[in-house]
Design a protein around this ligand. Structure first.
Ligand code: SHN
Ligand code: NAI
Length: 196
């Protein structure tokens, strides 16, 4: 399966289902600048913690509810309903994750660790979602909360290098050098070379 990071800015996302799995899938969209609709006759309490960004629609799924969506997640506990949603999306070329039907899904969701602009996604291709989550937890310790600032600094320095250094060999040398520096050394490097 092909890996990619999607730009959801201004897009409509629809999740069908109001249980634990739907809640986890909705949570993963919260930080994105998109409109989120969730359709289910009932929702678990946790949905209240998500605030006004998530539009809850209290009804059972009906054909056509996902029309106009860029991405759909079929996350009810009804295999047939999930299948109908997947088939509707397939016909309409809408990206769709069917939580209990990998063959009908146009994408599956990896376990993801985010530290600012650093994204680490782990997938087992459906063989063991629990293992994907275990590896994510292990990496959370290695790539801790400080990584956000570290990545932001690397990004700033890279932008300066791309703007100011014209020699291609020198450019590559610097970009390879900066990732060998410890966070504190990188901070000093930025101050001495690029603070103007
Ligand atoms: C194919 C896929 C489709 C998709 O949902 O995209 C899929 C399918 C299924 N999952 C099932 C079970 C569980 N899934 C989890 C957890 C996660 N599942 C996720 C993704 C995926 N799950 C996709 C493949 C990803 C990959 O392998 O790379 C994660 C990574 C991302 C997310 O969901 O956000 C998230 C961890 C997030 C994190 O913590 O980091 C747990 C553990 C838990 O809940 O703690 C269990 C119980 C234990 C177990 O079974 O391992 C079942 C059986 C349901 C049943 O019992 O009937 C199916 C259906 C089937 O296999 O057909
Ligand atoms: N992909 C994954 O990561 C995982 C997938 N699963 C699968 O996900 C399914 C859902 O799991 P849970 O959220 O724990 O179930 P749940 O029972 O907690 O929630 C099911 C939700 O679906 C809603 N629903 C039922 N029929 C509907 C309809 N016609 N239209 C709209 N909403 C409807 C219910 O109101 C409820 O909110 C399970 O049946 C299982 O097969 C389970 C674990 C992990």
């Amino acid at each position: 399966m092909y890996s990619a990071l999607l730009n959801l800015e201004g897009k409509m996302v629809t999740v069908v289902g109001g249980g634990e799995v739907a809640f986890r899938k909705v949570s993963s969209f919260i930080e994105e600048d998109c409109e989120i609709h969730v359709i289910a006759p009932s929702f678990i309490e946790e949905f209240k913690t998500l605030g006004h960004k998530v539009h809850r629609i209290y009804k059972c799924y009906e054909e056509g509810d996902c029309a106009g969506s860029f991405i759909v997640v079929a996350a009810t506990d009804d295999y047939e309903v999930n299948k109908q949603i997947g088939q509707f999306c397939k016909r309409g070329h809408i990206l769709c994750n069917v939580v209990d039907n990998k063959p009908l899904s146009s994408f599956i969701v990896p376990s993801t660790l985010k530290r600012g602009d650093l994204t680490i996604s782990i997938s087992t291709g459906g063989a063991s979602p629990s293992l994907a989550a275990k590896i994510r937890r292990e990496l959370e310790d290695k790539y801790d909360a400080h990584y956000g600032e570290y990545i932001a600094r690397l990004g700033r320095i890279r932008n300066c290098v791309l703007e100011k250094v014209t020699d291609e060999v020198e450019k590559k040398r610097i970009l390879k050098h900066i990732i060998t520096l410890e966070p504190q050394e990188l901070e000093a490097y930025e101050k001495s070379h690029f603070n103007d």
